[in-house]
Design a protein around this ligand. Structure first.
Ligand code: BDR
Ligand code: CA
Length: 318
């Protein structure tokens, strides 16, 4: 039976590839997408998610809009206007046709709480965006944590930062929300960090192959990833020439094939105060703290396996 999941997104170029992978891979049953403020304002994330789903013939998957700002702060730690690096990687509307679909009436938080209350099968929750919606669910429903069997989060970093020298965007985007999620006591959290996603680079050659598939998903993935490669070449050159991480899709790939990433069981907490370090995931790699591990933290990935998974799925041959 296909594994059920809910994808929490701020779509976004790499989120869009994650949405397509989750919607099209036969081993997964994407029961809904929830959106949140992040790469771009939440209304644009919702519009992009609907566009992508309609474009690949999966307009049947419902989309629920979530929080428009972090749970405590009125803005990101540094205002989006001042630090618009995310905007370069994620242009407003994605290059697929406008959608005829509409978001659902219920909010993301209502959908998440009601779905987990009613669930009879396990549903993995996969946030690949700031954790505002998840923190709101924890705050509103005391049982939420015990009802979610598995969280797969794209976020955080150990040796890298992308939005500041010490922080990754999704955790930095709502540090108080992230801190509450890691401290909440979820049974199983897998953290797909930047250290891991930067080990699974997708290259311009892969983009050519995706485009050549001739499918809507293959061509859209080539466009989205091609845009990322151009920005990375300019802003943040990778070890392999003309390549980019496709962070969020790797988190979905892990649900399809856990062997795609390598993890260590460690304690993770989030810095919410530090002037230089706000949003940093403090990962206790050498067991210096007193807290028990709360997370499987991914540091490495199978780059070839990930690229092949994208190609097979978007060819319709998974
Ligand atoms: C994460 O930040 C966002 O810009 C991407 O969509 C991804 O979820 C990577 O740091
Ligand atoms: Ca994202």
């Amino acid at each position: 039976m296909a594994r059920k999941l809910i994808l929490d997104v701020d779509t976004g170029t790499d989120d869009a590839v994650a949405v397509m992978l989750a919607a099209l891979h036969p081993a997964l049953d994407l029961i809904g997408c929830t959106t949140v403020n992040g790469n771009i304002p939440v209304a644009s994330c919702t519009d992009n998610t609907l566009r992508v789903l309609e474009h690949i013939g999966r307009g049947d998957i419902p989309v629920y809009e979530g929080l428009a700002r972090p749970i405590v702060r009125s803005e990101f730690p540094i205002s989006r206007k001042v630090n618009d690096r995310a905007g370069k990687y994620h242009p407003g509307a994605l290059p697929v046709p406008p959608t005829t679909l509409a978001k659902q009436n219920a909010s993301a938080v209502e959908f998440l709480i009601e779905t987990y209350r009613a669930a009879t099968d396990p549903i993995a929750l996969v946030p690949v965006a700031p954790l505002s919606n998840i923190a709101a669910c924890i705050a509103l429903d005391p049982k939420f944590v015990s009802l979610v069997p598995e969280l797969v989060i794209m976020g955080g970093a150990h040796a890298l930062g992308n939005v500041t020298p010490s922080a990754e965007f999704n955790i930095w985007g709502d540090p108080e929300a992230a801190a509450s999620v890691f401290a909440a006591g979820f049974e199983k959290i897998t953290l797909v960090t930047l250290d891991c996603t930067h080990r699974a680079l997708i290259t311009a050659a892969h983009c050519h192959a995706l485009h050549a598939l001739g499918t809507p998903a293959g061509q859209a993935a080539a466009d989205f990833i091609g845009h990322r490669i151009a920005v990375h070449d300019d802003d943040q050159k990778q070890e392999i020439e003309h390549s980019t991480p496709v962070h969020d899709a790797l988190a979905v790939g892990f649900l399809i094939n856990p062997a795609l990433i390598t993890t260590r069981r460690l304690h993770v907490a989030v810095e919410t105060h530090g002037e230089l370090t706000v949003g940093r995931t403090v990962i206790d790699t050498h067991f210096r703290g007193s807290e028990a591990p709360n997370c499987d933290v991914a540091f490495d990935a199978d780059a070839t396996g990930f690229a092949e998974l994208l190609l097979r799925t978007f060819a319709g041959k998974a």
